[in-house]
Design a protein around this ligand. Structure first.
Ligand code: COA
Length: 260
């Protein structure tokens, strides 16, 4: 597929999606959100794409937020629709993908940018990353899941403070908060993420997809995560990956999983 605002490349089992509007610090406009949806869907359906990495182009920003110029004159109804459509098309969509998604946070991750990083399955930041939810400084609140996912990741008090102050935290503090799993030098960010992707790819994609579903169930209202885990655990027993994984262990060899 051809994209105008993003790049999508595939190498050795990894699809890297790069948000590519560096002059606007990779701000998420409507077209970019649609293209990201399409690229994530395409990668999730690609049997060879075992891990997806998402990052921003240039050395300054992952994503500096939703594109403020697009919604500055919106009404109450349009504001609600913007949040609902964005959440369905991108943020919830990414969180619920079966393929692992790593956010490589390479600079500013603000507003919708941090919300996108938080919708990914986990995050790695470069030392120059700056993260925050500045929406209250614009007279609005985070609308792409930020009020829900930030407290899940850092705890309620820290989330309250970050949202109320509209301030930014650096990579070290984000790591201390548990918002990012690792911090690397900027030039090592992608290779570090690829190394983690390599470790993920040794394991069963089918089992990982079930694990993502079970872990996410813990955060869904009205869903009993333990019951989802029991069902997902049971499902694994009917897969070729399970037969291969257990047989390989008993035969003292490395498993060669059939894949997605
Ligand atoms: N929406 C639309 N455009 C944005 C943007 C956003 N969220 N963030 C940055 N841009 C644009 C700027 O308008 C500017 O465009 P221009 O060159 O046509 O004027 C360009 O990107 C570069 O940004 P600039 O502000 O000049 O860079 P800076 O280094 O001085 O500041 C930031 C960087 C990230 C601190 C600043 O751009 C900023 O505060 N952005 C908005 C962050 C935000 O509130 N996000 C939440 C949105 S809900």
């Amino acid at each position: 597929m051809n994209y105008e605002n993003i790049l999508s490349e595939h190498h050795n089992g990894i699809t890297t999606i790069t948000i590519n509007r560096p002059k606007k610090l990779n701000a998420l406009n409507k077209d970019t959100i649609q293209e990201l949806h399409d690229a994530f869907e395409e990668a999730d359906n690609d049997k060879d794409a075992k891990v997806i990495i998402v990052t921003g182009s240039g050395d300054k920003a992952f994503v500096a937020g939703a594109d403020i110029s697009e919604f500055a004159d919106f009404s109450v109804e349009e504001g609600g629709k913007l949040a609902a459509q964005g959440q369905a098309l991108l943020f919830d969509f990414v969180e619920n993908l079966s393929t692992p998604v790593i956010a490589a946070v390479n600079g500013f991750a603000l507003g919708g940018g941090l919300e996108l990083a938080m919708a990914c399955h986990f995050r790695v930041a470069s030392t120059n990353a700056k993260m925050g939810l500045p929406e209250t400084s614009l007279g609005v609140i985070p609308g792409y899941g930020g009020t829900q996912r930030l407290p899940q990741l850092v705890g309620k008090g820290r989330a309250m403070e970050m949202v109320m102050t509209a301030g930014m935290i650096d990579a070290t503090q984000a790591s201390h908060y548990g918002l990012v799993n690792h911090v690397t030098e900027p030039q090592e960010l992608l290779s570090f993420c690829e190394k983690i992707a390599g470790k993920i790819m040794r394991n069963s994609s089918v089992a990982i997809a079930e694990a993502i579903r079970a872990i996410n169930a813990n955060y869904k209202d009205g869903v009993n995560g333990f019951e989802v885990e029991i069902e997902a655990f049971g499902n694994c027993f009917g897969t070729e990956d399970f037969t291969e994984g257990t047989t390989a262990f008993l035969e003292k060899r490395k498993a060669d999983f059939p894949g997605k």
